[in-house]
Design a protein around this ligand. Structure first.
Ligand code: COA
Length: 703
């Protein structure tokens, strides 16, 4: 995307409204009215074939009639005229179109959308939308939309896929006092997408935090790339997390991959903080847009009320924010600014007697102290204090330290006087909230932002461990036989070609062959049916373990054949695999899907009930670095089992991280061929003793 085209879109000096109307109530009238009421300083050109004047502005019959250059054309003509007027805009040399008109891909007319983008690209124009509300910018006093007014001013910028939500959020900015500079409705994203705008906003001096409402991406990897490269905090609310991944899955991993998990992984890798709902989005945006990240762990809470202090403590725990006690010398100094019965622990309770001076002195001392990494100041309205004065005391104390790289959040619990005080604080750059848990949520976002950025910085790119040649031969053979499911033997050979440690396995086509392979492999052995028609082998009675001698091999061979025939009489049974029996270890699962939005995506979790019942699995978009693989392992809830719970020796997590990393590289390398895979179980041994992939499943993409 040509970023200069986006300058025209988002900071135009001149705006034409093609489809402007003199008739109040029409969108083409409202956009002109909004441009005027917003106080836009640039030139406004209404375009309409018949009208001569709209709201005092001279009207031009076509865009070609406009004298001089036009930066942005806002299109409000019905869909059937959009292609024609877009061409005229191109001829005029306009570089940006904001297409409000609906009636494109959202109603099945992708053809019209493609035509629009083709025309735009012929003339080097970018297209925002179609099917949008428009764009709003406080710094340019530009309301080129049919949202009623510019948002409460501030430094966040919203990009939203829902136009209706833009209008609702615009209004909420005033009731919540969360300030935005820009609001951008992105609509069908026929051309300009989230990634393009994020890249542009990274350089926008008026945007300090990028706030996203997302329904879905067209190109998930482009989003990850753009977000990773951004120096500003990004916060995302993803809607529609339930339906995705509901499609029938042939692998275990496929059935576990829902949008929550895959989008969550992508946000993590993109360095994007998440919001769980709309309220949460506002609370987090407020903190992220006004304050620096919480870089270390020492957050101090100062309050005048025990109750709000406890609520803040509860919320801190819920959001995973630790509250440590300050060192004794810090506590001793704080004790000087409270009565005998106050507390200098954390929360520091100044008590209900606290007035402006105690707040001022304790905040100034605590904020300036080297121990403190961040501050949450809480206040309950009292009859003896004036909330606005308390707010001013807090702000003065912070300002006088001269420190700007530590975050501070405030919560004032009370009535309209508190509301007034909090608005004052927000206007002076300090996020203020009506409840202590909201303030903690804001602080938690600042901490998450710091941690998430740390986790994506400074990691080396993963290397592809093996060669794809052998893998492609195995895949070609299966495709040649019209199959998309590889047999276990094929899957393991493919894994082995990428250097993954698999158990030795060979196909016996007769009982005699099985006996001879068993002797070669060495007892005890495992025997498994080999059939492209039987994917869940255990369910079919097609797996037997711990076979200790020749007699066992012979009887097992016959039992497996009988069980599998009974399970599926028409199954193409190719024989029985004779496999080395790996020693017992901790069972884990590694798998992959080829996600429609993000492409190859790797999964890790503990096996058994942890995956079956608890669905305790973590996804990442492949490939992953060693550091990301380690993070995946540490993120599962049941990680204690690998660390050596209940006296067990710790498992070889280093080997496991290597395997996850190699696995992800492998599925990325084979992304054009492979749909889903499972290595399940993988047995992990004690530290230093490695692991073994005991079962393997690969499903190819349908071609
Ligand atoms: N050049 C300039 N103006 C033109 C034109 C052209 N080639 N062709 C038509 N117009 C004018 C019309 O004459 C009309 O002005 P008028 O009131 O003076 O007659 C104006 O453009 C609008 O056309 P009209 O036919 O009255 O349409 P409308 O205003 O009822 O609806 C849209 C137009 C774009 C608003 C409507 O088609 C639409 O898409 N609405 C949905 C918008 C939306 O919800 N977006 C997504 C939000 S999430």
């Amino acid at each position: 995307m040509d970023q200069t085209a986006l300058d025209n879109l988002l900071q135009p000096k001149t705006v034409a409204v093609v489809g402007a109307s003199a008739q109040p109530g029409k969108i083409g009238y409202t956009v002109i009215e909004n441009l005027l009421e917003g106080g836009y300083n640039g030139k406004i050109y209404p375009i309409n074939p018949t009208a001569t004047e709209i709201l005092g502005l001279k009207v031009f019959p076509t865009i070609a009639d406009v004298p001089g250059k036009v930066d942005l054309a806002v299109i409000t003509v019905p869909v059937k005229f959009v292609a024609q007027v877009s061409k005229e805009c191109g001829e005029k040399g306009i570089k940006a179109l904001s297409v409000i008109t609906s009636g494109f891909s959202e109603v099945g007319r992708k053809d019209l959308e493609d035509e629009l983008v083709d025309i735009a690209h012929q003339y080097g124009m970018c297209v925002l939308g179609p099917n949008i509300v428009g764009t709003l910018s406080n710094s340019d006093k530009l309301n080129a939309s049919f949202a009623p007014f510019l948002p409460f001013p501030g430094k966040a910028t919203l990009i939203t896929q829902s136009g209706a939500l833009l209008i609702a959020m615009d209004a909420i900015t005033y009731t919540r006092k969360v300030g935005f500079d820009k609001m951008i409705s992105i609509g069908n994203m026929a051309d300009v997408d989230f990634a393009d705008l994020i890249t542009w906003l990274d350089k926008d001096d008026n945007t300090s935090c990028i706030c996203l409402y997302i329904e879905g991406f067209k190109d998930g990897r482009k989003f990850i790339e753009a977000s990773r490269n951004t120096k500003k905090p990004i916060i995302a609310l993803k809607a529609g997390v339930s339906a995705h991944g509901a499609a029938a899955a042939a692998s275990h991993t496929g059935s576990l991959a829902g949008a929550v998990k895959v989008y969550g992984a992508a946000f993590q890798q993109a360095g994007v903080v998440q919001a769980s709902d709309l309220n949460n989005l506002f609370d987090r945006t407020l903190a992220l847009s006004l304050q620096p990240p919480l870089r270390k762990e020492n957050l101090l809470v100062i309050t005048n009320g025990g109750g709000v202090g406890v609520l803040a403590t509860d919320a801190a725990e819920r959001f995973g924010v630790p509250l440590h006690f300050a060192p004794q010398d810090v506590q001793d100094e704080l004790k000087k600014h409270m009565p005998e019965f106050g507390s200098a622990k954390n929360p520091v309770d100044l008590t209900g007697m606290a007035g402006n001076d105690w707040y001022y002195k304790s905040v100034k001392f605590a904020y300036a102290h080297l121990w403190t990494d961040g501050l949450a100041v809480l206040y309950c309205e009292t009859a003896m204090t004036n909330p606005v004065e308390i707010a001013q005391a807090i702000k003065k104390a912070i300002e006088e330290t001269g420190i700007t790289d530590k975050p501070v959040v405030v919560s004032m619990v009370g009535g309209t006087r508190c509301d007034e005080a909090m608005q004052w604080l927000v206007e002076h750059g300090i996020p203020a909230y009506t409840a202590p848990d909201k303030a903690m949520n804001g602080m938690a976002a600042l901490r998450e932002y710091n941690n998430i950025r740390q986790s994506i910085n400074g990691t080396n790119e993963a290397k592809i461990p093996g060669s794809a040649k052998k893998a492609h031969e195995i895949i070609a053979k299966a495709r040649g036989e019209g199959r998309t499911a590889l047999t276990e033997i094929e899957a393991k050979k493919l894994f082995a070609s990428y250097g993954l440690p698999v158990t030795e396995i060979n196909l016996a086509k007769s009982e005699e062959e099985a006996v001879s392979l068993a002797h070669e492999t060495g007892f005890p052995i495992v025997m498994k049916v080999v059939s492209p028609d039987i994917i869940h082998k255990s369910d079919a009675g097609g797996v037997k373990v711990n076979i200790k001698d020749e007699a066992g091999v012979r009887s097992t061979y016959q039992t497996i054949l009988a069980n599998c025939k009974a399970y599926n009489a028409n199954a193409d049974i190719r024989g029985v695999a004779v496999q080395e029996m790996a020693p017992l270890g901790t069972e884990v699962i590694i798998g992959s899907i080829n996600d429609p939005t993000f492409g190859p995506t790797v999964m890790f979790g503990l096996g058994g009930i942890f995956v079956e019942v608890l669905k305790d699995v973590i996804f990442r978009v492949a490939p992953v670095t060693k550091g990301q693989a380690e993070q995946m392992i540490n993120e599962i809830r049941s990680v204690a089992i690998l660390a050596g719970a209940r006296g067990e020796a710790p498992r070889d997590r280093a080997a496991l991280a290597d395997l996850v990393c190699s696995y992800a590289a492998m599925i990325y390398d084979l992304r054009d061929e492979v749909a889903e895979t499972d290595a399940n179980p993988v047995l992990v041994y004690e530290e230093g003793k490695g692991l073994k992939v005991v079962d393997a499943r690969i499903i190819l993409k349908k071609k």
